[in-house]
Design a protein around this ligand. Structure first.
Ligand SMILES: Nc1nc2c(ncn2[C@@H]2O[C@H](COP(=O)(O)OP(=O)(O)OP(=O)(O)O)[C@@H](O)[C@H]2O)c(=O)[nH]1
Ligand SMILES: [Zn+2]
Length: 297
């Protein structure tokens, strides 16, 4: 894309750009973006209700060219929310990037309940404790652009600081980010440091302080199903144009779950996301599924 075509298209974190001017990166140096390279992936979210304009809900690009979505979830304090994780999985599959489940506070609770919920998916995951070395995680981040998402308090800033000590992300502070129109949702890309003895591309992590969840209104019902590979096979037996909702007597998903081929909680979660897309739900609500620890409390 050339400068004159850039127009209103905005550059987001992760974009590869062509620059003219002083590209030294020194403080005060000025360079102009003249070109944005074709994006290999586009992670999007639909903005919250209070950001709705006359044209409808805003669709926002969160990060360009990411390879991996790192879904950071605590195993306790706060309890894991599989509804949130499911929503992130849909966003990742929709963007064409790979999900990685990063389960923090493994010193407080075991991962069995969360992993049990995802047995059919074979999701890659890592467990994080305050004293665990991060070698497994670093190996999965090496050479890639990874976007970190997670609810407040799950230990995302703590993790970013451990991965990139010079990042100095605020830990344990009450988030100053509000929900109004002028909220800052800027993502920050951080280069992972070189480990002693390790070579090659260390990779980048992108922290997304303003992104608390992914509004999925821009995702079609068909694409939504791709976040549920454990259910998708069943839908070949649905009547044409089946909306897969609970009140659809012929929907094959109910028989699939009744036959034990998928977890009933996953189907409930899928239908919950379907409903939230059509404006019936609030993407910021706690997103607890009935099977979650402390569900309903
Ligand atoms: N027990 C335990 N506590 C942790 C762990 N990681 C982080 N914490 C604590 O959890 C609290 C929240 O950590 P943060 O890193 O601020 O969490 P965050 O996800 O960045 O939350 P925001 O800053 O609100 O976005 C802090 O008191 C941390 O010390 C962990 O692995 N185990
Ligand atoms: Zn159906």
């Amino acid at each position: 894309m050339r400068a004159r075509e850039l127009g209103r298209k905005s550059v987001v974190v992760g974009d590869r750009v062509g620059l003219v001017g002083d590209t030294s990166g020194a403080p005060g140096a000025l360079a102009r973006i003249v070109r944005i390279a074709e994006r290999t992936s586009v992670l999007r979210r639909t903005a919250d209700d209070d950001e709705t304009t006359a044209e409808g809900r805003l669709e926002r690009v969160v990060v360009a060219n990411a390879d991996q979505l790192v879904i950071v979830s605590a195993l306790a304090d706060p309890p894991p929310r599989t509804g949130f994780i499911d929503r992130c999985l849909v966003a990742a599959y929709d963007a064409g990037i790979e999900p990685l489940l990063c389960l923090t506070k493994a010193d407080l609770a075991g991962p069995e309940a969360v992993l049990g919920y995802y047995t059919e998916l074979e999701l890659p995951y890592v467990l994080i404790r305050p004293d665990s070395d991060l070698a497994a995680l670093r190996a999965l981040l090496a050479g890639r652009v990874s976007v970190l998402v997670g609810h407040s308090g799950v230990g995302k800033s703590t993790l970013v600081n451990r991965l990139v000590p010079e990042a100095e992300r605020a830990v344990g502070t009450v988030s100053a980010i509000g929900r109004g129109r002028h909220t800052s949702t800027s993502a920050v890309a951080l280069r992972l440091p070189v480990e002693p003895g390790a070579g090659g591309d260390t990779g980048w992590i992108v922290d997304t302080p303003g992104v608390r969840s992914f509004g999925l209104a821009h995702v079609s019902a068909e694409s939504l199903l791709h976040g549920f590979p454990d259910l998708v096979e069943a839908t070949v037996d649905c009547p044409a144009n089946c909306p897969h909702t609970a009140d659809e007597a012929e929907c094959a998903l109910d028989a699939w779950v009744a036959a034990g081929k998928a977890d009933a909680r996953r189907l409930a979660s899928y239908r919950r996301l379907l409903a939230s897309r059509s404006g019936e739900g609030d993407p910021r609500e706690p997103e607890r599924n009935p099977g979650d620890p402390l569900a309903g409390s």
